[in-house]
Design a protein around this ligand. Structure first.
Ligand SMILES: [Zn+2]
Length: 327
């Protein structure tokens, strides 16, 4: 479950071809183990539907039993080949249609608030948290918090409140998640559907990667109390949303691939052996040039620690937008 203050979780990342999850670390309150403890965590295997790959962010200290998001080398290779193929197809389509590629993008956002009942503990968060989340996204993606400016801005289109105990908490990879999304998803490939609620397994959130064909599972799931002003200590400034949407726009974690290979496919994010938690200033886990990118939105540090995307990530997101999500 998402945000239980006594449940230690860690942000994990796994990503797979389609879904990304962000696990929420609940713990926080004083019980967070040192970051090094996490790298020693045993690898966990979990069966997941072949068509649903997730990338999860977990809370520091929490040990999620299900880490849907670790992308294997083969999965990354598959995704990169798909991107190349999508780019070729779109280039041909645009040439035929006389259309250009987009340089700036306003993303319509439909927010689904999943509630168990009408209480705050039952998921009934106020609209003010949602409007604050949109503000945080616009600051993060415009570079106003210190990173590179990206092409993206976000416009709240609708808040849809749904009371359904069968969908609460939202369980990653469950048939209930599929039922929820199939019933609720709105808009085209360019519409961001954000599902808010209590989450399973200490997760902070998860998201889908872009695909050529629109899929009802497309969207991001975020712990409602991770929104700005929420109760998820250390993860309540809205950067879970920022991180998950990064996946929705085709970004990998900064620690993808560890110290070797092409890593996260972005040249200006220094290689990182494993996720960073809390805010370990000066951490340097690979011999390659550069300290670990612990302030990057695509790592697993506290919200107070992360504040930037890089120019390379901005470019990767826009390329993927034009390949997959542009009309
Ligand atoms: Zn992630």
């Amino acid at each position: 479950m998402g945000l239980r203050p006594n449940l230690l979780t860690r942000r994990t990342a796994g990503v797979a071809s389609t879904t990304l999850a962000l696990l929420l670390s609940t713990a926080a309150v004083g019980v967070v183990p040192a970051a090094s403890a996490f790298s020693a965590a045993p690898a966990e295997s979990c069966a997941e539907p072949a068509d649903v790959h997730s990338d999860a962010r977990v809370k520091a200290g929490a040990h999620a039993k299900h880490e849907p998001n670790e992308l294997t080398v083969a999965q990354v290779r598959e995704r990169e080949a798909d991107l190349s193929s999508a780019l070729r197809e779109r280039a041909n389509y645009r040439a035929g249609a006389g259309a250009g590629t987009l340089a700036t993008v306003t993303i319509p956002v439909v927010v689904h608030v999943i509630q168990e009942n009408s209480t705050r503990a039952g998921g009934n968060i106020p609209d003010s948290l949602i409007t604050s989340q949109i503000t945080v996204l616009n600051q993060a993606y415009s570079g106003a918090t210190g990173g590179a400016a990206t092409a993206f801005s976000f416009q709240l289109q609708k808040i849809n409140r749904v009371t359904n105990p069968a969908w609460y908490p939202i369980v990653s990879g469950s048939s209930a998640e599929r039922s929820m999304k199939t019933s609720l998803r709105e808009g085209g490939k360019n519409t961001l559907n954000m599902y808010l609620g209590e989450l399973s397994d200490g997760l902070l959130g998860w998201a889908t990667f872009p695909k050529k064909a629109l899929d009802k599972m497309d969207g991001v799931v975020v712990l409602s109390e991770s929104l700005p002003g929420g109760t998820a200590t250390n993860y309540n400034q809205g950067d879970t949303g920022t991180h998950e949407i990064g996946h929705w726009l085709n970004l990998y974690h900064t620690f993808q691939g560890g110290c070797s290979g092409s890593g996260d496919g972005v040249s200006d994010t220094p290689a990182e052996a494993s996720p960073a938690y809390q805010c370990p200033t000066g951490r340097d886990t690979c011999t390659a040039t550069g300290l670990d990118p612990i302030t990057n939105f695509m790592d697993y540090t506290y919200d107070s620690c992360m504040h930037q995307f890089t120019t390379g990530q901005a470019s990767r997101m826009l390329t993927a937008w034009n390949a997959y999500r542009a009309a």
